[in-house]
Design a binder for this molecule. Sequence first.
Ligand SMILES: [Zn+2]
Length: 357
Amino acid sequence: MKITSIPLININFNTPSSVTPAKTTAVFSKKLQPLKYDTVSFGAGRKERNYETALTNIPLLPCACCGRIVIPENVFDRPLLKNYDVPAYDVLRVLKKYEPRMQKTERAVFRRLEKLSKKYPDLNLHDLFIRKRYYHLANTEIKQLKVLSAIENIDLNISADSQEKLNKALKNARQIMFLEEKNVKGKRRRMIKEFAELMNSCPEKEEISKIVSIIQHLPSSSNDMDSFFVKYANADAETIAKKLLESAKASIEHVRASSESGADHASNFIVMCRKCNNDRGSIPYSEFIKENPAMVKNSQKYIDRVISYLNRKYIFGFENYPYQIQKQLFEETDGVINLDISKYRKPFVPPKISSQW
Ligand SMILES: [Zn+2]
């Protein structure tokens, strides 16, 4: 049977973001403790942190990639409510104004929660998740099974030896899915690993890569509503509320990745929502732009907003930002992104030699 005839689940599979670790964490961890959504560590990294947050705190800033307005870091870090032990409806009412900024999966979860909170008006957010846990777990398992059976049924031109390795990977994946405790974390990642390892152990790379691309379709909490409910089934109400907003949070994107010796400096920073930032990982811009052509117009929307802000307010260290980032994006995208910064009213300031920035 061909893969195309398998009724795979209809979700957005463009983003196997769980495969590559979130870039922001890796980048920040050099100088700071790993960035967590609700705990910000200052200390040794204070100067750099403040420097970066100047951009991520600009109000009404569009993500340079998807164009959605991001949630400024200082808004995100502020407690939304004093007490979360209230009916879910009261928490959702506070979150409502951020609904247009939420990404697809989070918005679907939010809307589902709105309906549930009317049906169960006494339950808090945590209890709503507990209540619906098994329903969403069953849905998730059905989707996982479909992906595994797609792999089982695909016709591959591989040796008996490779077929045996594939069968073993399938068996292990089933074991992870059905025999392990329901609350074990990282199952999806480990299931993907079972098949990704075949790329090393089998000589038929092209055939095996078909399997590797199918297994990415396993639902995850970032692209599937049911998986979101399962993943946060035991989370407290505050964590759930923050998770609904987290993918829309402003985050610093290094235009040239740190792994490619990109500078930890404003001249190399743009702001993206957390989701787009994770999606990019360290994919070179020349490739990323092909998959995300809207970035050409959205990065212009982004710089327009930054410029209108900088024209009115001075931010130390960002005097030359529009000039620098125009050049950096132009170079990294092979000229595909050529920002118009003609509205910027401040002259280029030659940097002092002794200055760190
Ligand atoms: Zn975005």
